[in-house]
Design a protein around this ligand. Structure first.
Ligand code: NAI
Ligand code: MG
Length: 358
């Protein structure tokens, strides 16, 4: 029989984005070679800060249309010290998320076997969360401006946009996620005491949508108190829904509490499936360790597993997660997780494990 072909647009980007994308591609090719039921057809796009510095652009004018032709997008990281971060983010990753209607960003967090949380008393089973981040509007909607920029009277606005439609669709996704998990528990995060318009609308829509999910238990947190609860009572949380900015910050904290930012995956989803979804580790380009070959590739592999699951290859996704767990359990880890392996060492071990599993 002819293997199914999944067309993947690959954007390695900058810094360790390049190393971990290469590692993820190797692991994905190992999966397809071993399973034989599907293949990946990768196309790599050199859209990066390095390219921008040379030629003046990240994506060509038809870049977004090019991406629409693929089944999925795999993304490394973008950002480099020679380019202001708002230029790199707004030239590549944010336009993709917005134009391709990837209004959900899913960020699971758990402690992998053979690793531990920096929280002294936190066991593996004590921390198992999914953060659902609104990915299209809110604080990152891009509205605002600056006047009198080069004077002492410079004035800047950064306007948050919250829409009923935008809030309702992220809430429904979050409730569906909570419902699919054993504890059926959803915590909603805002700052609706100090921010009295947009965040109050969040609260209101949350309770409206909650009526359609009587089997899901709910609670509500202010974001500042939420940081405390994540650290002191991790077991009290399961699924979490928050705005673009809040969930961005909380998911870095979640990653750190689970052991390292280097293991944390994310899926930028268009749940309507009209556009390709995009999968990327949550970390950035890490200029401090770029080019050293020591980046932890686990976040990239976990993101690849989520991508494979989105493509409907459940057996491959489960196998890849099992391979990752077996490798960390065996103590094959990079330095950020307290190990002594490099990127290549962990990648080789995961590939070998995949070959053993199938
Ligand atoms: P970062 O995530 O790149 O690095 C933070 C710290 O975590 C650094 O010490 C780094 O060495 C470490 N780290 C990150 N990933 C690691 C891995 N896989 N293995 C081991 N250690 C790892 O965040 P930072 O430093 O704030 O940003 C660097 C650049 O990346 C900036 O230009 C920023 O704008 C960009 N960025 C891009 C993102 C994206 O493409 N989605 C997300 C976050 C930041
Ligand atoms: Mg972030």
């Amino acid at each position: 029989s002819v293997a199914k072909v999944h067309r993947v647009a690959c954007i390695p980007g900058d810094g360790i984005g390049v190393d971990i994308t290469e590692a993820a591609t190797r692991v994905l090719n190992t999966l397809s070679t071993v399973l034989k039921t599907f293949e990946f057809d990768f196309t790599t796009f050199d859209w990066s800060s390095k390219a921008y510095l040379e030629r003046g652009w990240y994506m060509p004018p038809d870049g977004l249309d090019q991406l629409k032709k693929y089944d999925v997008i795999y993304f490394g990281a973008v950002g480099w010290p020679d380019v202001p971060d708002h230029i790199s983010l707004w030239s590549l990753i944010l336009p993709i998320r917005k134009a391709l209607n990837q209004y959900v960003n899913v960020r699971p967090t758990s402690i992998l076997p053979g690793t531990k949380s920096p929280l002294a008393d936190c066991k593996r089973e004590d921390l198992d969360w999914v953060i659902v981040r609104e990915n299209s509007e809110g604080e990152y909607s891009g509205q605002g401006g600056i006047s009198h920029e080069h004077s002492e009277h410079a004035v800047a606005t950064e306007v948050s946009i919250f829409t009923q439609v935008g809030i309702e669709r992220i809430m429904r996704f979050a409730f569906d996620t909570a419902r699919s998990r054993p504890r059926k528990k959803l915590t909603m995060v805002t700052k609706s005491n100090a921010q009295r318009h947009g965040m109050v609308l969040w609260d209101k829509v949350f309770y409206q949508v909650a009526k359609d999910y009587p089997d899901v238990s709910t609670d509500k947190m202010l974001v500042d108190a939420m940081t405390v609860r994540m650290v002191l009572h991790p077991t009290s949380l399961d699924t979490i829904v928050a705005t673009n900015l809040h969930a961005d910050i909380l998911s870095d904290l979640a990653a750190a509490l689970s052991g390292s930012i280097g293991i944390a995956p994310s899926s930028n989803l268009d749940p309507t499936r009209k556009n390709p979804s995009m999968f990327e580790p949550i970390h950035g380009s890490a200029p401090d360790i770029a080019g050293k070959g020591i980046a932890n590739p686990i976040g990239a592999f976990w993101s690849a597993a989520e991508m494979v699951r989105w493509l409907g290859e459940t057996e491959a996704a489960d196998g890849l997660m099992k391979a990752i767990s077996n490798v960390t359990a065996a103590g094959v880890k990079t330095k950020d997780l307290g190990g002594s392996e490099d990127t290549k060492g962990v990648t080789n071990a995961v590939c070998k494990e995949i070959e053993k599993l199938f």
